[in-house]
Design a protein around this ligand. Structure first.
Ligand code: BGC
Length: 922
């Protein structure tokens, strides 16, 4: 009896283990297929698109040995496994991204379908993935038949400096008939200006601010929409509403500083161009393009400007204008414009969408009839208004980031951005309205003129952004830092608005390059910015000055000479470098390479004995407090950093000679730099926090003095009561340099600091966002009333660049090569916090790294995605003390110890989840 029972138990375990084994070895699964970084994109113009996928799989050390991709011309062919456009065959490769299509020539206005299968480490074949698709846009100039059309609204010649010129939006429409069965209908559209496309009474697509901001003289992006299901048999109507936008409206600070132009930087009249391609079931095709047979008019949108706001008079609505059967007899013939000089291309980035709807958390009435809605956080977007009342009632919305003492919104910091929306009621029941062509940076909406007392749902916050900040998670025991992380993401979303803007509220909103470069790596942790930054790099490349410098912001609409600055212009190298590092993107390096070389020549030219001077309009360590780092120092150090990155970039591109050239240049710069700026005692000549941070992080300290330099930086921070004296450039580098040299407790003290200047100071003051200045706001309003009236944004992502340190060091998630295939897990462990939990969705899958104290021991959990390897750095004295689960490390076959010193053991692991416990060796 007993032996039977034992046998049964053994049998059970045998079955259990073999089941567990087979689970471990179940074939891998490819999912999340993307083309050119986008999921099922429509109308791309890249003729050799790149594919990527992620892999799921149980167990440890799983990897992809080979893949096969099929690309078909129809869904059906793909289902039947016919790769008639491309069958890659079984390709032995670990690659899961940047895999370049190598099939037949791709054809304009055509759909493609693809799938992938993979083989695992033991050559087990997976199932085919779910199908993905993309379509090619219009590839040739001869494909375009549309004309650029608009409605003539006249032109106001009054002085543009002292009164605003805000022309009405233009409306365009066309009725058309469909009499045969439609197989595929696609609409291609763009505008010089902004447009919203309408079909049969509805908005086409869900994006805002199309076609996006480019240097319209260089290129103009178009959008592609599949409208097969929205088109009807019989009568149809298509229409567009267009407004000035970036093309013709007020831009940046031009009005504030009274530039030679204040608006109309690219052109005066916004115009629209589009065409509908209809393929019928019977094999025939038809193209319906914009031309003078369309009809045009003005309408209810009386003013529409990005900075100034929108005015809508609902009494002037042309009811049903975008639906079939509308009588457009009294509409006019549109004005036809010539084609712009710029190329027509598909938007390569991610378009602006409504990513969240916010309900107000509170409404107050600081003055009779003035209602202030609090939307709970400081974001970019618009307010949707719900109202009921008599026709002609004028409701005005104004926007603010903070409140004044008296409860009214503060608008002084918007400078000359009027940021006011007006809605005039038609008086027909409940009216719901959203502006189309303006946006604001705000938390509070002031409503005046409302008929009666509004209820809380009279306002809804429409959050707009080009990105979703869902690529990472971060949690620690110090609650303030968790709020800080949320604030960083909120502010990134608010400013990743077709381009990375400095701020979303005042008369600026420009793609400042210094902000973008300093924040680039942080941006990648918080969101997938691969497509977004691809687009911005085109803007940056287009904006490069003829003499080689990258400008202060891109796109660069102003005709001002010498608009470049050290640490701003370096974005031209730092951003592409990070695109490689994070997304393994070599194509973008190739694309930028010529420009980068030219930029290096420009710098060499300006330098004397390898020291690049301050030059340009140099802002130094912008908004630093208490200490000033010289502009020369900033210029010289960034030149060194550029040379170092260029050497790596050239190497990655296989340009060995160039790599050697830039390595030599770096050595020369380093020598000259240390002779000029570093003293024999390891101090810098200027002795500011920023000088140490930059030189240490950029490797410009002579090797024998670096430890001393780091010690001096640490000493200075301690003497400054664990607070910064740094600005946009120094701040993140202080954190990175301290971590590089092992000052772990110190980094956490800075991270947790709540006294001014610190991140915690803004959180303690109730901020939901990242401020432009360390002291943007104090509870004592008198102290900063002057500041508020000037340059003071409460939504400026630059100081959020600590996210880089949070993931790179606190959680310790980094990549050794391009694109996280060889991962480094090296968290900075300190008694300053109880735990850190971090995770990041890399281009190779989700990486997680957490650690926590358990008495004097540390418990560390690491998750590594399939098809990657990681080196895990564990601060421990003796490897023999290290345990994985409850096993000694030597007993775990899936883990290799690759190095060990008295301070650290380095383990090599493959995919899977691991938990280590050990006694910490500081
Ligand atoms: C912007 C900054 C920018 C700076 C240059 C400011 O007006 O808001 O973010 O980098 O100018 O100094």
């Amino acid at each position: 009896m007993k032996s039977k029972l034992i046998l049964a138990v053994i049998g059970f375990f045998a079955i259990y283990f073999s089941f567990a084994q087979s689970l471990d070895h179940a074939p891998l699964k490819a999912h999340h297929l993307r083309t050119e970084y986008l999921t099922n994109p429509k109308g791309i113009t890249v003729t050799n698109p790149r594919f990527s996928w992620l892999i799921e799989g149980n167990g440890r050390n799983r990897s992809q040995l080979a893949y096969q991709i099929l690309v078909s011309s129809s869904k059906k062919k793909l289902e039947e496994d016919q790769g008639n456009i491309w069958d890659s065959g079984k390709v032995s490769s670990h690659d899961t991204n940047q895999v370049v299509f190598a099939g037949d020539d791709l054809i304009s206005n055509t759909d493609y379908f693809w799938k992938v299968k993979i083989w695992d480490e033991s050559n087990q074949e997976s199932e085919w993935s779910e199908p993905a698709h993309w379509s090619m846009g219009l590839l040739n100039f001869s494909d375009w038949h549309g004309q650029f059309i608009s409605h003539d609204v006249g032109y106001d010649t009054t002085d543009k400096y002292d009164s605003l010129y805000l022309p009405p939006a233009r409306y365009l429409r066309k009725s058309f008939q469909i009499t045969k069965k439609v197989k595929r209908a696609t609409v291609y559209s763009t505008a010089l200006g902004l447009y919203e496309l309408r079909l049969n009474g509805e908005k086409v697509g869900d994006d805002y601010f199309a076609p996006g901001w480019t240097d319209y003289n260089e290129r103009l992006y178009y959008q592609t929409h599949d409208i097969t299901n929205s088109i009807k048999q019989g009568d149809n109507a298509i229409g567009a509403v267009i407004a000035d936008g970036w093309y013709a409206g007020y831009l940046g600070y031009a009005l504030l500083v009274r530039l030679d132009k204040v608006r109309e930087f690219y052109g005066v009249n916004p115009s629209f161009m589009g065409q509908l391609h209809i393929q019928y079931e019977d094999g025939t095709e038809e193209v319906l393009a914009t031309d003078s047979t369309w009809k045009s008019n003005e309408g209810p949108i009386r003013e529409a400007d990005i900075l100034m706001g929108e005015k809508y008079d609902a009494r002037l609505e042309h009811s049903g204008w975008d639906t079939p059967g509308y009588d457009d007899q009294d509409w006019k013939t549109p004005k036809v414009y010539t084609y712009p000089d710029g190329k027509l291309e598909a938007h390569p980035g991610s378009l602006i969408k409504n990513i969240e709807r916010l309900k107000p958390v509170k409404m107050t009435e600081p003055e009779p009839g003035t209602y202030v809605f609090d939307l709970g956080k400081n974001f970019a977007g618009i307010a949707e208004l719900k109202v009921e009342g008599p026709a002609g009632t004028e409701v005005r919305l104004r926007f603010g980031e903070i409140l004044k003492r008296d409860g009214n919104i503060q608008t002084e910091n918007l400078r000359l951005a009027r940021a006011t929306d007006t809605y005039i009621l038609k008086g027909e029941g409940v009216e719901v309205w959203q502006p189309k062509f303006t946006y604001h940076g705000f938390q509070y909406v002031e409503v005046t003129g409302y008929p009666g007392k509004p209820s809380l749902d009279a306002i809804t916050g429409i959050v707009l952004s080009s990105i979703k900040t869902d690529a990472s998670a971060f949690k620690t025991s110090n609650e303030m830092n968790n709020t800080l992380y949320e604030n960083i993401k909120t502010t990134q979303a608010a400013n990743f608005f077709d381009i990375p803007t400095d701020c979303p509220q005042r008369d600026e909103r420009l793609g400042w390059t210094g902000d973008a470069q300093t924040y680039m790596r942080s941006a990648t942790y918080n969101a997938d910015v691969s497509a977004f930054m691809t687009k911005f790099l085109v803007d940056l490349d287009d904006a490069q000055r003829w003499y080689g410098a990258y400008p202060n912001f891109a796109p660069f609409p102003y005709s001002r000479p010498n608009q470049y600055s050290p640490a701003w212009m370096d974005a031209g190298i730092i951003i592409p470098y990070n695109m490689y590092k994070v997304y393994n993107d070599k194509r973008i390096l190739e694309f930028m390479y010529k420009g980068m070389e030219k930029f290096m020549e420009f710098q060499a030219d300006a330098s004397t004995d390898f020291i690049r001077p301050g030059g340009g309009n140099n802002w130094g360590d912008w908004l630093a407090v208490d200490e000033e780092t010289s502009k020369g120092y900033i210029g010289a150090s960034f030149y060194g950093y550029d040379a170092k990155l260029m050497a790596e970039i050239a190497e990655v591109l296989g340009r060995t000679q160039d790599a050697q050239k830039y390595r030599t240049l770096f050595d020369n710069i380093k020598k000259a730099f240390s002779e000029k700026y570093i003293l024999p005692n390891g101090r810098t000549t200027e002795d500011t926090q920023t000088t140490y941070a930059l030189a240490l992080y950029f490797d410009l300290f002579p090797e024998n003095l670096a430890e001393k330099g780091a010690a001096r930086l640490a000493e200075k921070i301690e003497k400054n009561n664990f607070k910064f004296s740094t600005g946009f450039l120094g701040t993140k580098h202080v954190m990175l340099a301290l971590s590089k040299y092992g000052y772990h407790d110190l980094t956490y003290k800075l991270f947790k600091q709540t006294e001014y200047p610190s991140w915690g100071y803004s959180v303690e003051n109730g901020s939901t966002s990242i401020w432009e200045r360390w002291n943007s706001y104090t509870k004592n309003d008198a102290e900063n009333s002057d500041l508020n009236a000037k340059m003071n944004s409460f939504s400026h992502y630059a100081f959020g660049s600590v996210a880089e340190w949070m993931f790179l060091h606190a959680a310790g998630i980094d990549t050794e090569d391009g694109g996280y295939r060889n991962i480094r897990i090296k968290p900075v462990i300190s008694k300053q916090v109880d735990f850190i939990n971090g995770s990041y969705k890399s281009i190779n899958g989700t990486i997680a790294s957490s650690w926590k104290w358990q008495g004097n021991k540390v418990l560390m959990t690491v998750k590594i995605p399939v098809n990657t390897k990681a080196k895990v750095h564990i601060p421990i004295e003796k490897v023999s003390d290290l345990r994985e689960g409850n096993k000694k490390i030597a007993k775990v076959p899936s883990i290799k110890v690759v190095a060990s010193t008295e301070k650290e053991a380095v383990l090599e692991i493959g995919s899977g989840t691991y938990s280590f416990s050990f006694t910490y060796a500081p």
